[in-house]
Structure formats: C-alpha cells, structure tokens
Write a new protein. Structure first.
Length: 356
C-alpha cells in the first residue's frame, strides 16, 4: 500500500493505561502483535520480544526496518495483542488465532469505528474479559487465553465462490470483494480491447479474478505480473490463476517493481487505508504504473467517478482519456509515460518472482 498514516490508532496510550491498570505480561517469551499498521507506536511493549504478525507487505517492511521481528503467520507466543480490523469475520479469525497461539493473555484493541464495542460484547459470554479501558475513541481489554478449541468456530478459512461465467475461485474474509468479483473490475475487464499482448502487470491483483479473466481473453500476453501487498490474497491468487504466464509478487503496489518494462498495466486501485479515504493511495498506484511501463505502454484503470485521478495521469503520461462511464465508475486509459530519462529496465522472464 502507500505511505503510512500518522498515528493510525492511539494504541500505545491505551496499552500503557492497561498495563497501569493491572494487565500483566509474561516475564519472558515472544509477544505476538497481530496486524498493526505502519506508523503505529508499539513502544509500551519490550521491543526485543515483539513479533509483528502481518500479511501486509508495506507494514511488514516498515516494522522490519525498525528492527522488529516480523512474520506473516502466527507461531507460539507468551502473549498476543490483536489490532482489530474492521471486517467482522477477519477480526474474529484474528482473535481465534491469537487464542490458539498463546496460553497467556490475549489483548484486544480497536477503534469504535472498527467495531470494538460489538466485538467485546460477543466475547463476554465466551471468555473472562477484563473491564475495558476507553481512550482516543477506542477501547482495550484482555482475557486469559481459553485455548484453541474455545474459539475454534471463529476461525475463517478460505471459501469457494463462482463468478457470472461459472468459474470457481477461492477467497477469504478480510480480502477486498471477498464475496465475488468487484463490479468495477468486471467493467474494466469487459472494456479492455482485444489483441492485448506482451508483458502485463496487474497492480493490486487481490485474489486474482481480473488476472484470470485477462489471461483467458488475451492469449498473446507473454507474462502477467500479479502485484499484491496482502499475502493472504496472493495465496488465493496462486490457487485461482493456474496459467503458467502468471508471476506472483508479494509487494507494495505503490512502488514499481524493478526490472519490468511492461506493455500493459491494469489496476483497480484502492482508495481507503484503514478508516479514512485516501485518494493519494490510488494516485501512487498510477505513478508506479507509469514507472513500470515501456515508452509505448498503456495503463487501463477503473475508479469511482468522484476520484481525482486525471491530474495525476496528466502529470505521469503524455496522453489519457476516459473510455467508459457507467454505474458510478469510470474507465481511464493513459499512454506514453513521461520519463525523466531513458528506460533501462529489462523485460522479466515469466518464471521470475520478485522476493517479498
């Protein structure tokens, strides 16, 4: 994703109050912190014991750069701290993972806009929950882990769905458009011209629906690089896109992949980060696309009608136009990316996969 929000949630303040109010951390062993976002302050916890557990590539990179131990999946821990996401099923899954990972305390923190109050009510009948502490439009509470079995019904595995053409895909809670193909992506795929060829990139590929459709309709594409920051989504994409031309990258889609000179970039860029609308996030996707395109390459994107992407396109490309406007969306095409200097990128082979 893009650059982190400043102070996305005042977790450090609430955690400090919780420790003062009687939250006791084990004297030794790792403390697993589930899904913090880049920019959040974890300083009330002992840095050398913190293990940041996140599937999000930019957050993983940000905390690793600060010297934190980072992982994409949970392992055994002395305590667990859950940063509540907004999606209910994803939140329940994280709490169940945390309970399974530790025999010690499970700490739950979230903003009211993330549903913390409803989640605490749901937990009251299942665990011995502490008295919540309220601060900064959010709450923190904790409980002794009841073990993996007690919250096993909250675990959320992959689910199988079918699209309008009867093709089957796997997704999971918490992913964008997890219940089916996004209408914007469907409009983009239907609008793409025939005869597309060469090296292509899907920026923010999600669980792979757009990529699968593009490869099925464009046999002259030689390689399609799926760039996705959420490791869970990318795992689904690997299952959903079996075409050997697909190359998978766990990476920040706002940063251009090295070594790519693409003929085509397609994207349905996100415009939310956490709780707030962030048009700059989508704009960063467009600049990354321009940096990865060959001089004659094209960018095709779908966006909500109100999003101000045209100025960014005018800055990054010599030409752009609106191709379709329908159902609250717009399809934009841009070509001839502007360069500060000559393009030296080589074309990556279909078998290559960039490291995370």
């Amino acid at each position: 994703m893009s650059a982190p929000l400043p102070d996305p949630a005042p977790r450090a303040l609430r955690l400090t109050l919780a420790l003062e109010a009687g939250l006791a951390l084990p004297a030794e062993g790792p403390i697993a912190v589930f899904h913090p976002r880049a920019g959040e302050d974890l300083s009330p916890l002992p840095r050398d014991r913190v293990r940041v557990v996140t599937p999000h590539a930019p957050d993983h990179a940000a905390f690793a750069a600060q010297g934190y131990d980072c992982a994409t999946g949970a392992g055994p821990a002395a305590a667990a701290f859950v940063c509540l996401p907004r999606a209910r099923d994803e939140a329940r899954d994280l709490i169940a993972q945390a309970a399974a990972a530790t025999a010690g305390p499970v700490i739950l923190d979230g903003q009211k806009t993330d549903g913390i109050e409803a989640m605490l009510r749901a937990l009251k009948g299942r665990v011995r929950l502490s008295e919540p502490i309220s601060k900064g439009h959010g709450k923190i509470a904790w409980f002794a882990s009841p073990g993996a079995a007690a919250l096993a019904d909250w675990r959320a595995g992959t689910r199988e769905i079918a699209d309008a053409e009867g093709r089957r895909f796997v997704t999971r809670p918490g992913l964008f458009s997890a219940d089916g193909a996004d209408p914007g992506s469907a409009l983009l795929l239907a609008t793409l011209p025939s005869g597309l060829k060469g090296v292509a990139v899907d920026l923010g590929a999600g669980w792979g629906w757009l990529a699968a459709g593009l490869l099925a309709r464009a046999p002259k594409i030689t390689a399609l690089h799926l760039v996705e920051s959420d490791a869970r989504a990318l795992d689904c994409a690997r299952a959903n896109v079996a075409d050997p031309r697909a190359v998978f990258h766990w990476a920040d889609a706002t940063r251009p992949l090295p070594g790519i000179a693409a003929d085509l970039v397609v994207t349905n860029p996100p415009f939310h980060q956490g709780r707030a609308g962030q048009p700059a996030l989508g704009q960063a996707f467009l600049r990354a696309a321009a940096a990865m395109l060959a001089p004659s390459g094209q960018l095709w994107l779908v966006a909500n009608r109100h999003l101000p992407y045209e100025t960014t396109l005018a800055q990054a490309f010599a030409a752009h136009r609106e191709v379709v406007a329908a159902d609250g969306f717009k399809i934009l095409m841009a070509e001839r990316p502007r360069r500060g200097g000559p393009v030296r990128a080589r074309r990556a082979r279909p078998s290559e996969e960039q490291p995370a």
